[in-house]
Design a protein around this ligand. Structure first.
Ligand code: CP3
Length: 370
């Protein structure tokens, strides 16, 4: 790998991490038995919450991320309002890219837009210079603030190398990721170098968050599901393995997530994370059948189901719980919370998941929830 680790590797605050070691989220990610299935929601700290919209009315996304007090406030809001088992750091997968000096803007309703898309080898230099403690010190500062405040685990995260490469190459969001795949096929060596540099950015960023006190780490490889399995194994898996390898000594559980990854799941399991995030297209029992026995799973209620009447949400959530089984399951949506979601639905979901008893459901042969 072409970066040098310059993070100050100090020990995270111990007392809190001792208490948190038994948190249901961390136990489930390690495949240990839990009193109740833990639940959190990807994008729980986003536009569905009035608390977030109020802060967002005063500051844009990057301004919030760069202000530890504001970022901590919006991270904590869903934990208080929804009663979830984990907080996810308020940030964005593009934050390290912007911090590395890439001219990047989050356009409301569009997504990340890059002024000068990646074209050749010379564009790798900026990525190589990324040092979290120098270029994005506010991230670790927010994490330290949060671990003092929270009594649930904090999840740190980074973007996966394919997903970040796609934003860099396309210059913005894309449905087909055509330029990305074209570069991958036509210049595989350059593509490999780019992914390796992005993997190094992810490692540096994730290590900095864990060392500041984050108790679990998620790699958001959201758009990797556009690839066929052979291309995934050849062009993306090596860089991804290097990420999870480089995190192993931290002893912090890891989650690897992508959308539309049904055909990739068994190969993604080889990347070395503790758990795999599964989207709503694959039933949880089918997902488990594609993974090594005992590997933890996270997901996978359709985020759109949360817009339906409660009875529908409830039935679908109970089915997710039943199919996933009692061990090694973190309940979540199959992708992020949609901005139009009523937070009350999410709050009721948390109660439903916490009250669900696998044993009773099995004995009565029906879907039972307290
Ligand atoms: O609550 C949380 O999950 C923590 C915060 C978080 C954000 N982005 C804040 C955000 C997280 C974990 C992310 C990850 C992220 N960012 C991903 C991976 C997860 C996924 O959804 O697949 C991706 C692909 C991005 C890139 C990105 N950033 C997109 C596609 C968008 C949405 C554009 C839009 O307006 O619909 C963003 C902007 C963004 N990141 C918002 C938030 C709350 C909304 C825009 C805003 O408030 O300005």
């Amino acid at each position: 790998m072409s970066f040098q680790l310059a993070v100050s590797e100090t020990t995270p605050a111990l007392p809190k991490s001792f208490e948190l070691a038994d948190a249901p989220l961390l136990r489930a990610l390690r495949g240990l038995p839990v009193d109740h299935t833990p639940v959190w929601f990807m994008r729980q700290a986003g536009r569905s919450l009035s608390e977030y919209r109020a802060v967002r009315a005063r500051a844009n996304l990057f301004e919030i991320v760069r202000s530890p007090d504001l970022a901590a406030e919006v991270t904590i809001a869903p934990v208080k309002r929804l009663g979830v088992d984990a907080a996810i750091l308020f940030s964005d997968i593009t934050v390290p890219l912007a911090a590395a000096g890439i001219d990047l803007e989050i356009v409301p309703g569009v997504g990340p837009v890059i002024a000068r898309p990646f074209r050749d080898r010379r564009d790798l230099e900026r990525l190589r210079s990324f040092r979290p403690e120098r270029d994005a010190p506010y991230v670790a500062e927010t994490v330290r603030l949060l671990v003092r405040e929270l009594d649930v685990p904090l999840i740190g995260f980074a973007g996966g190398p394919f997903t970040l490469a796609s934003y860099l190459i396309e210059g913005g969001p894309s449905k087909t990721h055509a330029r990305t795949r074209a570069l991958m096929y036509s210049q595989p060596d350059l593509f490999r170098e780019l992914l390796s540099d992005l993997a190094a950015v992810a490692v540096a960023s994730l290590r900095a968050q864990a060392l500041a006190g984050a108790s679990a780490l998620q790699l958001f490889e959201s758009w990797v599901g556009v690839l066929d399995p052979a291309s995934f194994s050849r062009h993306v898996l090596p860089a991804t393995i290097s990420i999870f390898d480089a995190l192993r000594d931290l002893d912090v559980p890891t989650i690897y997530f992508g959308v539309g990854t049904g055909e990739l799941l068994s190969r993604m399991a080889g990347a070395g994370s503790d758990a795999l995030g599964v989207d709503w297209r694959v039933p949880m029992d089918a997902a488990r059948a594609r993974l090594p026995t005992g590997m933890a799973v996270q997901g996978n209620l359709d985020p759109v189901a949360c817009l339906a009447p409660w009875q529908v949400v409830r039935e679908q959530a109970l089915e997710v719980l039943r199919l996933a089984g009692p061990r090694g399951h973190v309940f979540n949506l199959g992708h992020g919370v949609l901005p139009e979601t009523d937070p009350e639905t999410l709050r009721r979901l948390v109660d439903l998941v916490h009250g669900y008893e696998h044993r009773r459901a099995r004995l009565t042969g029906t879907l039972v929830a307290r």
